[in-house]
Design a protein around this ligand. Structure first.
Ligand code: PXL
Length: 277
């Protein structure tokens, strides 16, 4: 059985990070180990007064115990990390558990729609940049890509611009950057990837749905990581993760009032299972 370890927070209510990665990757038939980096009462997007229990000290302790058990993983996948210190510890984890035979996915969660999420700043970006250089795949949205590259964020761009951003991201050290939320044609939205070793671009698009719903980035990255871990090629992995993400958004539209804090992804897990058969 394939085995992935994912390192990110638990937001107890609000559906993102571990409460998304765990069910999504498990549904793909992959054992999913977790290292929770923090426990929050909710995610930070739209809720106020959330609690935050930092679990930074547990990261090296869990890693040391796992080393003593000689555990290994087909993939290491990181999402939301709460501090520069956590990024450095995750970097150590890569050194200790990364091998020639497994792969590393970094979703450099830092912001969206041109803005930082609460608590992030340029200092954090510099640390995240170093982590991205150690990854086989990074999965930023355009906001995060712009932060990583130190270029102004724009929402108005064409295919060549998206390709240029991907080339620049590859230039910073990760051989296969994947850009999410790409929409240079306003009718379509999807993801683009650049395989810098083969100098080839890949993309997958579906009809654009004009609604922002929190947690879709984590849905995409979880499904993408699972697909690659199952041995799907880059194009299939993009198709699976774009289709699943759009399915989740569509499933949420009828209950948007009630579901402003996340997607109804649970209703689409059956489809995901079909996509990876
Ligand atoms: O979806 C990314 C994410 C993960 N974890 C926490 C967040 C966010 C985005 O806002 O607040 C705690």
């Amino acid at each position: 059985m394939r085995k992935v370890v994912t390192i990110q927070d638990i937001s107890c209510f609000g559906k993102c990070s571990l409460t998304t990665a765990l069910p999504v990757i498990s549904a793909m038939g992959i054992e999913t180990a977790v290292i929770p980096t923090a426990v929050l009462s909710t995610h930070t997007g739209g809720f106020k007064n959330y609690t935050f229990r930092d679990l930074t000290d547990d990261i090296p302790a869990i890693a040391a115990h796992w080393k003593s058990l000689d555990l290994s993983f087909n993939a290491i996948y990181t999402g939301y990390l709460g501090s520069k210190e956590q990024v450095r510890l995750v970097s150590d984890f890569f050194d200790s558990f990364g091998t020639e035979d497994n792969f590393i996915v970094v979703d450099p969660v830092m912001g969206d729609a041109g803005k930082f999420y609460a608590g992030f700043n340029n200092d954090f970006v510099r640390e995240m940049m170093k982590l991205c250089a150690k990854a086989d795949y990074i999965i930023p949205n355009m906001t995060e890509a712009s932060l990583l590259l130190g270029i102004p964020f724009t929402d108005d761009y064409d295919e060549n611009y998206a390709k240029d951003v991907l080339r620049q991201l590859a230039g910073t050290g990760c051989p296969t950057p994947v850009l999410t939320g790409v929409h240079y044609d306003h009718d379509m939205q999807g993801a683009m990837a650049y395989d810098s070793k083969g100098d080839k671009f890949y993309s997958s698009f579906r009809n654009n749905i004009d609604h922002y719903i929190h947690g879709t980035g984590d849905i995409f990255s979880s499904a993408f990581t699972g697909a690659v871990a199952l041995g799907k090629d880059l194009q299939s992995s993009l198709d699976i993760s774009v289709n699943f993400t759009v399915d989740c958004i569509e499933a949420t539209l009828p209950c948007l009032e009630e579901m402003w804090y996340g997607t109804c992804f649970e209703l689409c897990l059956g489809k995901l299972i079909e996509y990876v058969k």
